[in-house]
Ligand binder design. Structure first.
Ligand SMILES: [Mg+2]
Length: 190
């Protein structure tokens, strides 16, 4: 039985920088990733939340169409596509499915399933699909999925997720480290 991985999309397989150029252009800012020290962007940028969210909803299709991959993601996911089941579970809204599927196709990435849940409540989706491992960039999601489902969760390090983590949430700097951890984990399980 192949192990099933639940994998977040934004900031995990896409570059965590993806949004920043669009935000800078729309609101005349000069942010870099190091400025984004909280996941909730309206806590770190000086734009009224309603204005920001109206802009964000309108801009999502363009941003998600053009999002660059995280370094190493494609190489590792290509190696994994035969060995594991890749279930991409995202907080994006379901109306973005076509944009999302097209992005996978354009980037030549294989998926076994894409679930757009339209909220950050990923525990239920991860439970429903019975994933063996999860990969995330959102700190509270990572901790919650680990604690509720008692599975390992790989947390991709970014300036906005540097809070303490329990054993069972594994912080990695990049996809090479994620791959090394998974190889070690699979080896120990066998
Ligand atoms: Mg994410």
């Amino acid at each position: 039985m192949k192990k099933r991985f639940g994998i977040d999309i934004d900031g995990t397989i896409t570059h965590p920088n993806s949004l920043i150029p669009y935000i800078n252009e729309a609101f005349q800012l000069q942010l870099t990733l190091d400025d984004i020290i909280e996941y909730e962007l309206t806590n770190v940028i000086d734009v009224p939340p309603k204005e920001f969210y109206d802009w964000f909803i309108k801009s999502e299709p363009k941003i998600y169409t053009e999002s660059p991959l995280a370094p190493g993601a494609k190489e590792v996911l290509s190696k994994w596509k035969e060995q594991f089941q890749l279930y991409f579970i995202s907080a994006r809204s379901s109306n973005l499915m076509e944009v999302t599927e097209n992005w996978f196709t354009q980037n030549d990435l294989l998926y076994h399933h894409i679930e757009l849940i339209g909220s950050h409540h990923k525990v239920d989706a991860a439970r429903k699909y019975n994933v063996d491992l999860f990969m995330e960039d959102k700190h509270d999601n990572a901790v919650m999925i680990h604690e509720e489902l008692n599975i390992p969760v790989i947390l991709f390090d970014t300036p906005y997720n540097r809070l303490p983590i329990p054993d069972g949430v594994i912080r990695v700097k990049n996809w090479e480290e994620a791959e090394a951890w998974v190889n070690h984990w699979i080896h120990n399980e066998n």
